[in-house]
Ligand binder design. Structure first.
Ligand code: F6P
Length: 323
């Protein structure tokens, strides 16, 4: 199929760097002589025809902006056959040959569904959770991790002054990747992730006792939201040790902010690759980064894989929190 006109959308939770990716898609399309439409509010926009024509001026000065200029949503209607048929009608009406969808696994499931109606699709991973199995990197993860680390560094100052224990809850939905990365970077006393079996005595209480025995007087416990609530963990610590932990839920702060250089550059490369894949006649692909190299996988295969935390990272974490 000759690609003359494409649509780009962002869907699911927003992630810093999505704008850089949209910009790269639009600029690459213009460079290659094809037209580009922005679909607003995720898959809902494709259902309702909520679209805007994009050119290099529409995407000027957005590479540095968090959020997404296209807005985002999680569409229930697009899960239905009726919703999908409406979306296909919009594609036909607008003459869209292909859709580039930036988001997480829910977004890719939408793309997968659309492809069954003969629309070419390419997915680009954008989620702070970094939980897409076929790629080592998702747009927004680096910025979110740096935001969380900056917050935890600030918390550490006051925890250190008051000789306190802090329990910090990090986002990630069902994945512990963000929490583990942040915990490593923040020098946490203990890190709890859903992928690892948690023994509260061994993984929290003993680590605090050991740190105290070693002469440390403040303690930083990082918990992935998928592994439990910071409030529960704090009250369990209080019940066991003579500490009165303070609770911080970092929440949506982690999703905002100026994207890091890494997120901007990777988002740009991934957006560029998405357009090039379509022009090369490929469809049903997810753009991936594997061991630092840009590549792509079939969307069905990509979605069938399950991401686990890397064993070598768990080993490092054990050593860093083990004395
Ligand atoms: O998937 C991104 C994410 O921020 C998760 O880490 C979190 O669990 C969820 O989205 C929060 O969703 P919402 O923005 O709907 O509260």
């Amino acid at each position: 199929m000759t690609i003359k006109r494409i649509g780009v959308l962002t869907s699911g939770g927003d992630a810093p760097g999505m704008n850089a990716c949209v910009r790269a898609v639009v600029r690459t399309a213009r460079y290659r002589g094809i037209e580009c439409f922005g679909i607003r509010r995720g898959w809902n926009g494709l259902i309702s025809g909520d679209v805007v024509k994009l050119d290099e001026h529409s995407v000027a000065h957005i590479i540095n902006r968090g959020g997404t200029i296209l807005y985002t949503a999680r569409s229930q209607e697009f899960m239905t056959e009726e919703g999908q048929r409406k979306a296909v009608s919009t594609c036909k009406f607008l003459g869209l040959d292909a859709i580039i969808a930036i988001g997480g696994d829910g977004t890719f499931r939408g793309a997968q569904a659309l492809s069954r109606y003969g629309i070419a699709v390419v997915g680009v991973p954008g989620t702070i959770d970094n939980d897409i199995a076929c790629t080592n990197y998702c747009i927004g993860f680096d910025t979110a991790a740096n935001t969380a680390i900056e917050c935890i560094d600030k918390l550490r100052d006051t925890m250190q002054s008051h000789e306190r224990c802090s329990v910090v809850e990090v986002m990630g939905r069902n994945a512990g990747y963000l929490a583990m990365y942040v915990g490593l970077a923040a020098g946490a006393t203990a890190v709890l992730v859903p992928e690892e079996q948690i023994d509260f005595q061994r993984d929290v209480i003993e680590k605090i006792r050991q740190a105290r025995f070693n002469g440390f007087t403040h303690y930083m416990i990082v918990v992935a939201e998928g592994a439990g609530s910071a409030a529960d963990i704090a009250s369990r610590i209080k019940a066991e040790i003579d500490l009165d932990p303070r609770v911080t839920v970092l929440g949506h702060i982690q999703r905002g902010g100026t994207p890091t250089a890494r997120d901007r550059v990777n988002a740009t490369k991934m957006g560029h690759r998405a357009v090039e894949l379509l022009l090369a006649g490929k469809t049903c692909r997810i753009v991936c980064t594997v061991h630092g190299e840009l590549t792509d996988v079939d969307i069905d295969e990509g979605l069938s894989r399950k991401k686990s935390i890397l064993k070598n990272e768990v080993d490092v974490l054990r050593a860093m929190t083990g004395i």
